[in-house]
Structure formats: C-alpha cells, structure tokens
Design a protein around this ligand. Structure first.
Ligand SMILES: [Zn+2]
Length: 367
C-alpha cells in the first residue's frame, strides 16, 4: 500500500493540541525502567503481546546512539520528538535506514516502530503505564472494571501517533474490560497485526465487524447481526466458530489517519478471503462525544473511540433478544470512564493554566 511518513494536513493540527512532554522527560528518566525495553515493561503499557522485534531494535539503537554521543536523550514538544543535538544525529541515521527499505510495507513498519520507540522512551518514568496520564494525574483508582459479555471482543486498531497519548480514549476500553476483552493492535507492528488476524481466522469471517462508515456498499448496522441464542454472527449460515467471540474492530486515530488504518485492514482482508467487501457497520445513535470539547476532529464520525464503543453497546442493548446480557451496565462503565478521563484532563489543564475549551469554530457540531 502507498504510504507516506509525512503527516497529513489535518494531522498536524490535531497534534498541535497534544500536550508536550516535559523538558525533563528522558530515556532513562524517573524511577523504574531504564535501559533496553523488556517484555515486562512493554506489557505494562497495555498489551499482552510479546515485545515487537522492530520496537526493541529501535529502542536499542537509540540507547546505543545515546551512549556513543555521551549526551542524555531528551524528548519534548508534540509527538515526543527528540530534542537537542542528538536529534540531528538520529534524524540522519533514521533517514538513511529509511532509504534502504525497498518496499512501502517495510517503510511503514519502520515508521511505526520508530514512533512507538520514541514515545516509549519519552514516557518512561513520566506517564502512568495503565492510564497514560502523568503520574500526578493518574486516574486508575477511579476506574471501575466491568466484564464485557464473553461472546464479543473489542480490538483497538491504533495509529502509532495515538499510542501513549493522554487524550486517547481507546485505552479506556482495556482499563474497563481488561487487555484480553479489549485488545490493542498497533498499526504497522507485525506481531500485533498477526495476533489480530490469527484471531479473525479462528473465529471465521462471519464474526468480524469493523466500525467504520463504508460508503461503497449497503450500510449495515448492529441490527443486521444475527443472534442464535448463544452467539452473534453476521451470517448464521457461515461456518464461523461457535466458541470464538465476535470481533468488533475500532479504528483508533485521527480522522486522516483512520483512512490509512482502514486501507491496511481492507488490504489484508482481501488477501486472506479474496473478497473486496470488508464487513463494516455504522452506528445509528451516534452523538458527539464529551471528549470532543477537548480534542480536535476525533477519530470517527465526530465521536471518540470510547464513545463509539459505548454507542455500540447501547445499540446491542436495544435488541430485546440480548436484554439479559447486561449491555447497559457495560455501556455505562465505558461512559463513566470517559467522564473520569475528561475530569482528569480538565483538572490538569486548569492547574497548568491552559484553556479548557476548544476554539469556537470546532464546537459548532457539538451537542
Ligand atoms: Zn494510572
């Protein structure tokens, strides 16, 4: 697939509202982890996957460069970019690596690993590994965990630029439902993508829905899913596994990045099933999320990822045959976590003297 490492125009604007890392954030900063990335550290950020080889390699290279330069790495500004003289050295090196990569998929994988490696090093000792907020604003104690109905599973297909973002809302889903029921899959990270697609192949194509407005085919909604008394599927005649959960995939990134996420999903879907028609569903009861007040154009249909998940659970709750599955409780748990995140971010912004509302022109679509 065609891929550009350059940010899309809308993306720059979105990132400009991201809170910069503090000048003190450094690779080995703070208590706890330092040096090379371990499997344990990797998993504490919200994933059960093994440490991806490409991310480990990027971190190792950065630390080696730091040792050779005899200068501490510093991260700051938007996107946790490298700072100081070190930045120029690293920049030259990463561009040289990039040039050697022949195909666009390798370039994409390298881009993703580098983004994630820099974000990880810049967040060490600064962000809480569970809620991705600065330690002093950690909201973990306020979040109530809840069991997701075991007949379904969420996948957060996340753009690397959303990884470890304080105002990301996809992370709320595994804070509430746990990292198995709401699983992180990072775009361009081979280990993550293979785990997700292996799960899809186990479940069968009838147990997969992407929450993405697909304009090219007949729009489908939650109402079109079939329920046989035990499990959900998009087609009861399909040879899907009864034991596997139904997979709902949420695209977690800015609006411009979501199109790239979708293209990559569609490409792999077609490669596996030889079918151009990727199963998308849209929600019919969407409302602008409370997060919209703090976040520029959000990922999906003017709502944020967690609000989309809550909307999906509300729509499942509306189906009488599913009424015993407690979707109301699950939807409320997500909405409650969203309120807690909004409060934590607002409190932080007020304390730091930042504006708590977005510019008026962004607010016109809010309810
Ligand atoms: Zn926390």
């Amino acid at each position: 697939m065609a891929f550009s490492a350059e940010p899309a125009p809308g993306e720059e604007k979105a990132e400009s509202e991201e809170e910069p890392f503090p000048a003190t954030a450094a690779a080995g900063g703070g208590a706890g982890d330092a040096g090379e990335l371990s499997h344990e550290e990797w998993r504490r950020w919200g994933t059960s996957s093994p440490l991806p080889g490409a991310v480990a390699a990027v971190v190792r290279e950065l630390l080696e460069m730091e040792a050779a330069a005899g200068e501490k790495m510093r991260f700051g500004g938007v996107g946790s970019k490298l700072k100081g003289d070190f930045k120029d050295v690293e920049d030259k090196k990463h561009r040289a690596v990039y040039e050697t990569l022949a195909d666009s998929d390798q370039k994409l994988q390298y881009f993703s690993a580098r983004q994630i490696g820099c974000r990880l090093l810049g967040s060490r000792g600064y962000l809480c590994q569970k809620c991705w907020l600065p330690a002093e604003d950690c909201m973990c104690a306020n979040v109530f965990p809840c069991n997701l109905w075991r007949g379904m599973k969420f996948w957060l297909y996340m753009h690397p630029k959303d990884f470890l973002r304080q105002n990301n809302t996809g992370k709320l889903l595994w804070q509430v439902f746990g990292i198995q029921a709401a699983q992180l899959c990072l775009f361009g990270i081979q280990e993550h993508e293979d785990i997700m697609w292996d799960a899809f192949q186990r479940s069968g194509k009838g147990k997969i829905s992407f929450l993405y407005p697909n304009k090219s085919t007949i729009p489908k909604s939650v109402k079109d899913l079939k329920f046989d008394g035990l499990s959900l599927s998009s087609d009861l005649h399909d040879m899907s596994s009864q034991d596997e959960p139904f997979n709902f995939i949420l695209l977690d990134g800015t609006w411009s990045n979501s199109a790239a996420l979708y293209r990559r999903l569609k490409e792999r879907w077609t490669a596996i099933w030889g079918d151009e028609d990727i199963p998308c569903i849209s929600l019919s009861t969407l409302s602008a999320s409370v997060m919209h007040k703090l976040r520029p154009q959000p990922a999906w249909d003017r709502t944020c990822t967690a609000a989309a998940a809550a909307g999906l659970l509300w729509e499942l709750n509306l189906r009488p045959e599913l009424s015993t599955l407690e979707f109301e409780k699950q939807a409320e748990a997500v909405e409650c976590s969203l309120d807690i995140l909004l409060d934590a971010l607002t409190t932080r912004r007020v304390r730091l003297g930042r504006s708590i509302t977005r510019k008026q022109r962004h607010n016109r679509n809010c309810i």
